[in-house]
Each structure stands twice: as structure tokens, then as C-alpha cells.
Write a protein that binds this ligand. Structure first.
Ligand code: GCO
Ligand code: MG
Length: 435
């Protein structure tokens, strides 16, 4: 008997099930972008308005070096794509948005998606009348221990700032010192003694050149100074900010071992991920990495191979709360702890989302905090409070944070010669170095 395909029975194709959501679902009515800089830091906030009167959510989409591109991604692409969808479908909306550009996984599109994603979690919490940390499984801690920044023009000034922060109840302090005659990350030659936080980010243009050898010599001396003057009752941290060659970063890790750092941050650029194995073989310093990661391919193996101790991801840069909660859970299997990036260019809305994860993750390590100015706290009522060196939730439904739109409009982005971009950092011979 010969096989004749035309005589074969055609299998019935099951009909598609009706789209979920249901007719009575609350739907996305509008997706708006609000840009504001109350503390002179460019932040981008997404507000999702719903078909339910008075029900809206807020999310952070801040990519402070390229905010206008994020706004375009939201207003021109995500907004028409999302209007009319059910607000209940957070995961479905994330997955659909992720592939809707076909090319994906960069900081612009991830930040745009983060604004939407956090806003939908905020809305879900408000519908449930529960704080977002409850939706994530509930509290495993009362509050999240934070670290803050102390910097200075010299060792004495850093010490003075560390003491001032300790007097305010902080027990985890990142120390950065200026390198005389050289550009430096995290400290300026003439630091304003009243506010170490000012140097959380600094985007000024500078003619000063970067001297990696001088930096590597001065940092161990800084920690020797701080430990010998202040003792062991404080946890110290340091951010290399990917600025030295990998072998120099490994050598610096060894030089810092006697000072028992809580963590040693961003020793390598993401492009040099391959060096972590070598660092592990030569030092027991706890390693924190990841604020520049935007793609899961960059961090999945580092965690699985236990090559880092703290994941430092900036949650809006990976696409929001949904991918971050999966990452936290993945890290838990390998005893890698969370240390979500919390600089001033993560808006107070992002800090509220960080806090929801901090409170509900058993593998929480530490939270970087920004000490907000009065203007930011007025623009964002509900900004998480810092007390006793920790961040506390206000336990309100959703993310517990609001945005005063009229006030926000009073703080447009400040003028800047290169529109807020990261400045050139160069070696003496003029070569560009990574941030
Ligand atoms: C940190 C960071 C920040 C970044 C800034 C970039 O660990 O706090 O390194 O200060 O430099 O967020 O915009
Ligand atoms: Mg950093």
C-alpha cells in the first residue's frame, strides 16, 4: 500500500482558550512618564493609570545618563502596546514587552519595562490592600540594614565623615578618598564635609587625569587609617568602580584583606567577568558585583560558580521587580546575598522596590541607601525612612510611595553641557578608561 498524504486524517487543532483577564478586569488606561530632578539627579518615573477611578501605580525607569531615550521607549512604544491590557497580568506583560522589540536586554528598554513592571506591582498591592513585600512572601526581617557613603579629600576627612555617620546610627560605611592630582571615583579633592552622600554619583566634567597606580597605593593606606583610628565596630566597604586593570584589582584585593571589608565592589568591568575565577584563587575578600549588568547572561554563571558574594544589580536596569525577584531566588540557592544598587540615580520609587525585596528575601545581604534631601522627600511622599542605620517600610499598600506631580514639575532636569552623560575619564596619555 502506498502512503498518500491527502488520505491521512487531519488532526483537529484545539481552539485557543479565551484570553485571560476577563471582561471585568481592571485595565491600563494610560502610561505616563514624569521626569524630575528634585535633588539635581535626573529621575524618570512611570505612572500607570487604570480604568478604576483613582487607582494608579508608580515605577522607576531612571537611566540618568540617557533619560530621554527611555521616555521615547515608553511613550512611543510601550504605551500603545499596553493600553487596554489587564493590570493583573504582570508577568505576561513583562514577557510580551520583552520580545516586542525583537532585539532586547539593553539598559534603555529594560528601564522602560521596569517603569511599567514596578507600577503594576504597586497596583497589585493596592488592589490586594497589601504592601508589595507581602505579595513576595512576607517579611523575613523587620528592616533592611543599609550602608552609606563617606568620602573625603584626605584620610582625616574620610574619618571625620565616618564618625559623623556612626553618630547618626550607621554601622556600614563605604569609604572613598581623593587621589591627589588625579581624578577619582566617589570623592572630590575639596569634599563638602556636611554631606558625604553628595559623591554617590558625580557627573562633573573634569580635566584631571586618572592615575590607577596612585589609586592602588592610597586605598590600603586609607583603610589602615580608618581601622586603626575607629576599630572593628564598623563594617567598611569600597567601590573600585571598574577603574583599574584586572591584575591590579586582584593585587588591591590582597592588599585590603587585613582590613576585613564587608565587600569589595566592582573590581572588574563586566567585560572582564572572566577574571573572577582568578580573583577567587588569590583572595578571600567578599566580592560585590553587578550594577552594570543588564542581561542574565552576564551574571547567571558567576552566581552558579560562586564567584561573587553579593549581587549588586540595579533593578531598573534589568527590567524591574519581576526579574529581580527571580534573581534573588536564584542567588539564594548558591548563598549569594543581595545588595541591590541604591544610589541617588535610583529614584525613591526604586528604593521602595528594593526594600520590598530586602524585607522578603532570606538571602538579603545589605542595602545601599541614599540620604534623600527634603525636596526629594516632598516630591515622593512615602520615601522609605532610615532609622537606626536601617531602612523601614511604611507598610502602606503597594510600594507605599507617591509622587507629587505639581512639585515634581518645579524641578526640571538641570542644564548640563553633555546632557547628563558620564564624563570622559582619561589616563595621562589621553586614553579613555572605564568609569
Ligand atoms: C554605587 C555606584 C553609583 C554609580 C552611579 C552611576 O555603587 O553607588 O557605583 O554611584 O556610579 O549610579 O550613575
Ligand atoms: Mg558601585
Amino acid at each position: 500500500m502506498t502512503f498518500n498524504p491527502e488520505e491521512q486524517p487531519v488532526p483537529a487543532i484545539p481552539p485557543a482558550w479565551p484570553a485571560f483577564g476577563g471582561d471585568d478586569a481592571i485595565r491600563i488606561r494610560d502610561v505616563r512618564v514624569i521626569m524630575t530632578a528634585p535633588d539635581n539627579i535626573r529621575t524618570v518615573i512611570v505612572k500607570i493609570e487604570t480604568t478604576e477611578p483613582g487607582l494608579y501605580g508608580l515605577g522607576c525607569a531612571t537611566f540618568t545618563q540617557r533619560p530621554l531615550v527611555v521616555r521615547t521607549a515608553i511613550e512611543e512604544y510601550l504605551r500603545p502596546f499596553l493600553i487596554g491590557r489587564s493590570v493583573h497580568d504582570i508577568e505576561d506583560i513583562w514577557q510580551a514587552s520583552y520580545v516586542s522589540s525583537y532585539w532586547r536586554s539593553g539598559p534603555v528598554l529594560n528601564n522602560a519595562m521596569s517603569g511599567v513592571d514596578m507600577a503594576l506591582w504597586d497596583i497589585k498591592g493596592k488592589i490586594a490592600n497589601l504592601p508589595v513585600y507581602q505579595l513576595l512572601g512576607g517579611k523575613v526581617r523587620q528592616a533592611a540594614d543599609v550602608y552609606v557613603h563617606a568620602s573625603g579629600a584626605d584620610f582625616d576627612e574620610v574619618e571625620e565623615n565616618v564618625r559623623a555617620l556612626m553618630d547618626r546610627g550607621f554601622r556600614n560605611i563605604r569609604c572613598q578618598v581623593a587621589v591627589p592630582g588625579s581624578a577619582t571615583y566617589g570623592a572630590r579633592p575639596h569634599a563638602d564635609k556636611t554631606d558625604g552622600q553628595k559623591y554617590a554619583i558625580h557627573l562633573e566634567l573634569t580635566d584631571a587625569r586618572w592615575n590607577p597606580a596612585a589609586y592602588c597605593r592610597i586605598v590600603p593606606r586609607l583603610f589602615d587609617h580608618i581601622r586603626s583610628r575607629i576599630g572593628d565596630e564598623v563594617e567598611l566597604l569600597h567601590d573600585v568602580h571598574e577603574r583599574v586593570h584586572p591584575m591590579a584589582a586582584i593585587r588591591l584585593a590582597q592588599d585590603l584583606e587585613p582590613y576585613r571589608l564587608f565587600f569589595y565592589e566592582d573590581p572588574f568591568a563586566p567585560e572582564d567577568n572572566g577574571y573572577f575565577n582568578l580573583l577567587r584563587q588569590h583572595s578571600t575578600i567578599p566580592v560585590a558585583m553587578g550594577e552594570l549588568y543588564v542581561n542574565q547572561a552576564e551574571y547567571v554563571n558567576l552566581i552558579k560558580d560562586r564567584l561573587i558574594d553579593f549581587i549588586r544589580v540595579h533593578i531598573s536596569d534589568v527590567g524591574g521587580l519581576s526579574p529581580a525577584r527571580k534573581l534573588a531566588a536564584y542567588c539564594e540557592f548558591f548563598n549569594v546575598r543581595t545588595a541591590w544598587h541604591g544610589p541617588g540615580d535610583a529614584s525613591p520609587v526604586a528604593h521602595a522596590a528594593n526594600l520590598a525585596l530586602d524585607l522578603s528575601s532570606s538571602n538579603f545581604g545589605i542595602q545601599e541607601a541614599t540620604i534623600w534631601g527634603d525636596r526629594s522627600r516632598e516630591v515622593f511622599p512615602g520615601t522609605p525612612e532610615i532609622r537606626e542605620g536601617a531602612l523601614w517600610s511604611n507598610d502602606l499598600p503597594g510600594l507605599g510611595i507617591d509622587l507629587h506631580e505639581e512639585l515634581a514639575a518645579r524641578y526640571p532636569f538641570p542644564e548640563h553641557p553633555i546632557n547628563g552623560a558620564w564624563p570622559d575619564i582619561r589616563l595621562r596619555d589621553g586614553e579613555i578608561v572605564r568609569p
